[in-house]
Design a binder for this molecule. Structure first.
Ligand code: NAP
Length: 248
């Protein structure tokens, strides 16, 4: 059994969806968790749910993670509460889909800022305390479309491919300090993000997945639990796909 007692984790965009499930898994394993979300009320609701479910510390922090000032404040609050961050999960992400010829510049910028710049900003804050501790786990939530592309998602797939490049680069920069940096590339997972798809679209997608079904947030959370634990100590710079065999 994975034991994260006395560990602390900060998960961005964890008010709901995959981020919330990751926070739940880490809290279940014993970690104190900082629930960060752009919406404070959602973050508070998730934090109090997890605190009462598992009895560990769970704090809520509001931050738009695409903004450097918010990210700085978020780390000040989390470090103030926990005095260290052992695990950082860069999960916050959005879609603004459209074919390239019709894609608006603001939709490109928004997606790149929230999905990719946010990870740069959070990693930059996290590595200082992790370097002092000479240990840390950074988990970046990418996507299979960052590996294979997807028509209608130029902004989103570029942001997720960027996340993979960032992961490998930081893995090289911080390996000697015992900071592991890995990415998870989920396939199609049942959340608000994929609820936008029609049943016909979901069926078409499922037919392309060897396991013939969409995944659950728990499938991604299980991979995050492994990467956040000591079981992954000799693994860095890797991308774990959680996709029912879609990319292989
Ligand atoms: P989701 O249900 O839409 O949840 C995203 C979370 O991020 C929400 O809590 C949202 O807050 C928060 N958020 C949005 N913008 C933010 C910002 N600027 N600052 C801080 N938080 C922000 O999405 P999900 O499906 O769980 O996706 C989580 C991650 O997995 C994303 O990075 C996504 O790209 C990735 N992913 C998902 C799938 C999938 O099939 N679902 C597949 C591959 C990768 P509000 O709700 O308050 O806006």
């Amino acid at each position: 059994m994975i034991d994260l007692k006395s560990k602390t984790a900060l998960i961005t965009g964890s008010g709901r969806g995959i981020g919330k499930e990751i926070a739940r898994k880490l809290a279940q394993a014993g970690a104190d968790v900082a629930i960060s979300d752009i919406d404070l009320e959602t973050a508070k609701a998730t934090a109090s749910e997890l605190a009462s479910e598992f009895g560990h510390k769970a704090i809520a922090v509001a931050a738009d993670v695409s903004k450097a000032a918010d990210v700085k404040k978020m780390f000040e609050e989390a470090l103030g509460a926990f005095s260290k961050i052992d695990i950082l999960v860069n999960n916050a992400g959005i879609t603004r889909d459209g074919l390239l010829m019709r894609m608006k510049e603001e939709d490109w910028d928004l997606v790149l800022n929230i999905n990719l710049k946010s990870a740069f900003l959070c990693c930059r804050e996290a590595v200082r305390p992790m370097m002092s501790a000479r240990s840390g786990k950074i988990i970046n939530i990418a996507s299979v479309v960052g590996l294979m592309g997807n028509a209608g998602q130029a902004n989103y797939s570029a942001s997720k491919a960027g996340m993979i490049g960032l992961t490998k680069t930081l893995a090289r920069e911080f390996a000697s300090r015992s900071i592991n940096v890995n990415a998870i590339a989920p396939g199609f997972i049942r959340t608000a993000m994929t609820d936008k798809l029609t049943d016909a679209e979901k069926e078409k997608l499922s037919s392309q997945i060897p396991m013939a079904k969409l995944g659950d947030p728990l499938d991604v959370a299980n991979a995050a639990l492994f990467l956040g634990s000591g079981l992954s100590d000799y693994i860095t710079g890797q991308v774990i796909t959680v996709d029912g065999g879609l990319v292989m």
